[in-house]
Write a protein that binds this ligand. Structure first.
Ligand SMILES: Nc1ncnc2c1ncn2[C@@H]1O[C@H](COP(=O)(O)OP(=O)(O)OP(=O)(O)O)[C@@H](O)[C@H]1O
Ligand SMILES: [Mg+2]
Length: 284
């Protein structure tokens, strides 16, 4: 992750103000002009420049000199704003170790009332972060990575709220900007486990998929990587791409989810379970 907990702790209130102004102005500008930052913050130009230099060094803000001197928020800065809000509300008090990193997110352990997990959604991160792509995509004053990452987090949170506790998913705790705070699952991903009773676990997974389907939701990215095993019990994670059970692609998507799981259990445990039977069990 770009942002370090140390920098967030030592962030000056003026730096926080600048990040907030940038966040707001990103819907108007591709690159927020220095003059705009001075006007919006009410700080002296030298103060703004000094604070910006620090934010750039910490990977929270980016500078672009063409066609005018402008500044943009990047993921590190957005992370910082989200963490500052969650801290202010008392949702979390400290950031811990990294738990995982995928194509479109990074997950950290954090301290809330107890241990929690915080997932930072990162949609369109690397490509959108290049100055060239930013200029192209943000020419109209849009900020696609920021909007897409926030939507992704909101979508995942919505699924967890709808499904918990009927389906075995992490308990949703809070959602802010592009982040979701949820209960920390103590256990390994299914792909890293050697199960003693694989048939029992497979039945349990299908039962959870069935209940989610009954609640109108299909995971859409179900695999051995998105199932955690906590004390012998499966927990289905990673929900931002869920689709409605009434969606035109529902059947194809559900079949693919089920096929992923059945193929995995067949390959690793020589367990045979007919796809048609699984579909029947989930939708019947
Ligand atoms: N609530 C949680 N408790 C413990 N560990 C978690 C939790 N949520 C996620 N993780 C860990 O972080 C990893 C990544 O999380 P997740 O699968 O939700 O996102 P992702 O795989 O990065 O997303 P994408 O599939 O878009 O790349 C998981 O494989 C898991 O190891
Ligand atoms: Mg995943």
């Amino acid at each position: 992750m770009a942002v370090s907990a140390e920098h967030i702790r030592t962030l000056h209130k003026y730096e926080k103000t600048i990040l907030s102004v940038l966040e707001r102005q990103m819907s108007r500008y591709s690159w927020v002009p220095l003059e705009q930052l001075i006007t919006s913050t009410g700080f002296a130009e030298s103060e703004v420049n000094y604070r910006l230099a620090r934010l750039i060094e910490w990977g929270m803000v980016r500078f672009n000199p063409v066609p005018y001197d402008g500044y943009a928020l990047v993921f590190g800065g957005y992370d910082t704003l989200a963490l500052a809000s969650l801290t202010r509300k008392g949702t979390i008090s400290a950031l811990g170790v990294q738990l995982g990193e995928g194509k479109e997110s990074v997950v950290y352990e954090a301290l809330g009332l107890g241990p929690v997990a915080i997932k930072f959604h990162r949609i369109g991160g690397r490509s959108f972060n290049s100055a060239r792509v930013n200029r192209e995509y943000m020419a109209e004053g849009h900020c696609p990575w920021l909007v897409a990452s926030k939507l992704s987090a909101e979508r995942e949170y919505k699924a967890l709220v709808a499904l918990h506790p009927k389906v075995s998913v992490p308990l949703p705790i809070a959602q802010n900007r592009h982040t979701v705070v949820m209960s920390l699952i103590q256990g390994a991903n299914l792909n890293r486990c050697i199960l003693e009773a694989p048939a029992v676990v497979l039945d349990e997974i299908l039962e959870n998929v069935r209940i989610a389907y009954k609640e109108g939701m299909i995971h859409s990215d179900l695999s051995e990587y998105n199932i955690l095993m906590e004390e012998g019990k499966c927990v289905l994670i990673d929900w931002p791409q869920w689709i409605d059970a009434a969606h035109p692609n529902a059947e194809v998507t559900l079949n693919r989810d089920l096929d992923n799981i059945l193929t995995y259990f067949k390959r690793k445990y020589q367990l045979r379970y007919d796809l048609e039977d699984a579909i029947q069990c989930v939708t019947g």
